[in-house]
Write a protein that binds this ligand. Structure first.
Ligand code: DPP
Ligand code: ZN
Length: 844
């Protein structure tokens, strides 16, 4: 298939004034009756009526009451239409039970459910399925199922039917319908504008006691968006539905958010602290889309980052406000580096706003989402607080009800502040992670900082222009005091020198404070310099970063030169472990080591071919050395951090559990798993239980605990996902590949359910040494399963194929095995457009 290009955008020929849909639900023969009021757009290209449609059986169609016979092709239909407003009526039949792709109208455990973003609505009825066509929708659902939901406010309802009306014009990708035997967990919210909103979380019977946290997160999100952005909710009801079979995390359909059940349901017994935090973030994310995405949407799918970058930015701010900004920032940057920097460094690199795609579902990426959010954060730094507020107010004022572009977004900030943002706009069009090289010296009371920026070549973009890069920097004197408070500069040229008056003859520059830009910072710091920053930097991000760099340096020397664990690193950890005035969650993050994939990327960037076995061995040896060196402190932490009261998911207790879990994972390497075995039995919550189980798996001592865990939880699908996942993800050495092979033969491996598929195959991808097992068993297993999944669920198969994106980093043997696996996938007959685009880019 030919790629779609941003440069070829044309306005639609027809606009829609109103949509009226009737669904007669049936598992295999659902009828959809559409009455759509069209109007030619005088600015459009003209021509016949062109509607998107896939997999539909057209029963009949009429224009203004006169039957018509459209020309039907695999992507839709065309029909002559009058050059004035007219009414299109069509009846189609669809087969939700046969829809395994989970896009359009499908079934999950007897429940009807939709997923329309990005282009699923065309599998429901013929329509101009593009986000710049917006219309109010009226929907009537006919079914004997007890709960019938769609977007907007409820209208008439009776035996066997319900009607819904959504007054806010929306693109078809925000349409949703749910029908099933569901139970609501209900609450209310009164908006700042005085609107009484009914809140419901709809779940399978039996799950209703696991909704309280998601509801609480929703109410906090609603209040936060009013307080921080002045945005209130705009309908009388807000519904959330949890569904088991879902390709993504969740979906922001207007007034009817649909969630992967794992991001809604939580109880202390079944969910971990990390699950609670993710639920809070995703509930907030989808709710915030109501303004950034729904009220103001995207003109076309190239502008996806317009809604996603901004909404991720907003949910990150929210979680920071709720849980503490320092730790949240570190988590976000870790995830950015693990996923987005990796993407940017390989064959799948693309700009935050891509310029072409074959299948848009392949561009719901870390670059669009997470780098998109970083770009918003940089914009805020550059236009400063007043400019940020003025620009946002102007955005909501000027563009409410519109389908917009990145140019519209940047124009509000340019107009509100008078700034020229043309260089800044390069962040949207240039792929690749810039590298900033910093060197500094002190001359006569002046700190002189030299900064250089390079943007690497990426596929299709050999040459780059310099970016506008906000760099926050300060300096710490040798005695640990702040020698220079944070300065904010914006690099715009390839090479710049900055001077700052400083009151000391010797200081260490703390650069890129708060991770002020998504770049790789190359700053030659000695390990004593890093230890100084770890101990004394006023910027919590750079404190953590310094500890992380010490660990990375130690690990890289162990891998490359066979060095022993660096005593300087072990020493530097001591004060952090001992200082109870430092937030426990932060100390847990300092204790964590860089992941194997992260180390592999560091090695590759430094010109060394990464050896997965050596990396794994080094990481385990360093963890063991930490345990030996700090056994007393770790044991003290483990004993003293046990929570006395009942479980609470709040950040405070969660942070203490995180530090206790980190201590446990180290201690398990020297106590033979004794503490973990005791905890796995005594734990009264899933966080502790899973931490203990993970520690046991990591030392190969988990057989009994895994068997007991299975007996306890085999009937709980979300907990069983964890049981599958931990055995693969935490397995030592390359043993995760055999574990995954064994588990794919388990009777509970329901591979058609994306959560279960990810719990095994995704977990194998997350276990670096196992995925990269030298004999290729990991690669083969993943390839086999992707080939099997692809015809049923191309979206999930294509997404998971990215596990192979770093194949060129490795030794010739592994490269050959990975290339063979990719080639085998590529050679599959009838490979989906989704997967073939991804595999093609990776092999290019
Ligand atoms: N738009 C969804 C989200 O990011 C993903 N399909 O929330
Ligand atoms: Zn989103």
């Amino acid at each position: 298939p030919r790629p779609i290009r941003l440069s070829q955008y044309r306005k639609p020929a027809h606009r829609v004034d109103r949509v009226d849909l009737t669904f007669r639900l049936h598992p295999s023969r659902t009828r959809v009756l559409a009455r759509i009021a069209f109007r030619p757009d005088p600015e459009g290209p003209g021509g016949p009526l062109r509607l998107d449609g896939e997999g539909l059986r057209l029963i009949e169609a009429a224009i203004d009451g006169t039957p018509v016979t459209p020309l039907i092709d695999p992507a839709g239909l065309s029909v002559e239409a009058p050059d004035r407003p007219f009414l299109w009526e069509a009846e189609v039949e669809i087969d939700p039970a046969a829809n395994t792709a989970l896009e359009g109208l499908y079934m999950s455990n007897g429940m009807y459910c939709t997923q329309c973003e990005a282009e699923g609505f065309r599998k429901i009825t013929y329509y101009p399925d593009r986000p710049d066509v917006m219309a109010p929708f009226d929907v009537r659902i006919e079914s004997d199922l007890p709960v019938l939901l769609s977007n907007g406010n409820p209208g008439r309802a009776g035996k066997g039917f319900a009607e819904w009306s959504d007054p806010w014009p929306k693109p078809a990708y925000l349409f949703a319908l749910v029908a099933g035997d569901l139970i609501a967990h209900s609450d209310r919210f009164t908006t700042a504008e005085g609107r009484e909103v009914a809140l419901n979380i709809w779940v399978r019977p039996g799950d209703e006691d696991r909704c309280a946290y998601a509801m609480d997160a929703l109410k906090r999100s609603m209040a936060w968006d009013e307080r921080v952005y002045g945005r209130a909710y705009d309908l009388d009801v807000f519904n959330i539905v949890a569904v088991d079979d879902f390709n993504m995390g969740a979906m922001e359909n207007k007034g009817l958010n649909i969630f992967n059940a794992r991001y809604v349901l939580a109880s202390p017994q079944t969910a971990t602290d990390a699950d609670y935090a993710r639920i809070e973030a995703i509930i907030a994310h989808e709710y915030f889309h109501n303004w950034t995405g729904n009220r103001i949407t995207c003109r076309d799918w190239f502008q996806l980052c317009l809604k996603e970058g901004l909404t991720v930015y907003r949910d990150q701010q929210f979680s920071g406000d709720e849980r503490g900004h320092a730790v949240k920032r570190i988590e976000d940057v870790q995830m950015l580096r693990a996923r987005q920097f990796r993407e940017d460094a390989g064959p799948l690199a693309h700009p935050v706003r891509p310029e072409s795609y074959v299948e848009i579902n392949n561009f719901y990426t870390a670059t669009v989402y997470e780098k998109g959010a970083e770009v918003i954060g940089m914009l805020r730094r550059i236009v400063c607080e007043d400019g940020w507020r003025a620009g946002l107010d102007l955005y909501f004022d000027r563009h409410d009800g519109q389908a917009c572009t990145i140019e519209d977004w940047l124009a509000v900030f340019a107009d509100a502040t008078g700034r020229d943002l043309s260089q800044f706009a390069l962040w949207y069009s240039q792929a690749g992670t810039p590298r900033v090289t910093l060197s500094s010296r002190i001359e006569d009371g002046t700190l002189v900082v030299d900064l250089r920026q390079d943007v690497p070549a990426t596929p299709g973009q050999p040459e780059k222009l310099p970016h506008a890069i906000p760099v926050a920097l300060g300096a710490v004197a040798r005695d640990g005091t702040e020698a220079l408070a944070t300065q904010h500069i914006v690099l715009t040229r390839p090479h710049e020198t900055h001077r700052f008056a400083i009151g000391t003859g010797d200081a260490v520059v703390s650069a890129l404070r708060g991770f002020s830009a998504p770049v790789v910072l190359d700053q030659p710091l000695s390990n004593p310099d890093r230890a100084l920053l770890l101990a004394h930097d006023t910027d919590p991000f750079n404190r953590w970063e310094s500890g992380r760099e010490l660990a990375r340096d130690a690990l890289l020397r162990m891998v490359r030169d066979g060095a022993a664990p660096d005593p300087a690193y072990l020493d530097a950890l001591g004060p952090v472990l001992a200082d109870d005035t430092i937030e426990p969650a932060f100390r847990a993050m300092v204790l964590a080591l860089p992941g194997d994939d992260d180390l592999a990327r560091s090695l590759a960037e430094g010109g060394t071919v990464p050896d997965p076995d050596a990396i794994d061995a080094a990481r385990r040896a360093l963890a063991l050395a930490v345990a030996r060196r700090h056994e007393d402190r770790l044991a003290h932490l483990f004993d003293s951090l046990a929570e006395p009261g009942p479980y609470s998911p709040e950040a405070g207790p969660a942070g203490r559990r995180a530090l206790r879990g980190a201590a446990l994972s180290r201690l398990s390497r020297i106590d033979g798993g004794a503490r973990a075995r005791a905890l796995v039995e005594s734990a009264d919550n899933m966080t502790d239980r899973l931490a203990a189980l993970t520690a046991l798996v990591a030392i190969g001592q988990a057989d009994d605990a895994l068997a007991a865990f299975y007996d306890d939880w085999k009937s709980d699908r979300l907990v069983l996902d964890k049981w599958f996942s931990v055995q693969v993800a935490a397995a030592p050495g390359d043993s995760g590949a055999q574990a995954a092979a064994r588990l794919t033969a388990h009777p509970d491996f329901h591979w058609r359910t994306p959560n279960r598929f990810r719990a095994v195959i995704g977990a194998l991808g997350a276990n670096h040494a196992s995925f990269h097992a030298a004999d290729g068993t990991g690669y083969d297993l993943v390839a086999d399963w992707l080939i099997r999944l692809d015809p049923l669920n191309p979206q999930t198969a294509a997404r998971m194929s990215t596990l192979f994106d770093s194949w060129r980093r490795y030794d010739a043997g592994r490269q050959e095995l990975m290339r063979a696996a990719l080639t085998r996938i590529a050679g599959k007959t009838d490979l989906s457009r989704d997967t073939s685009e991804m595999v093609g880019r990776m092999l290019a």
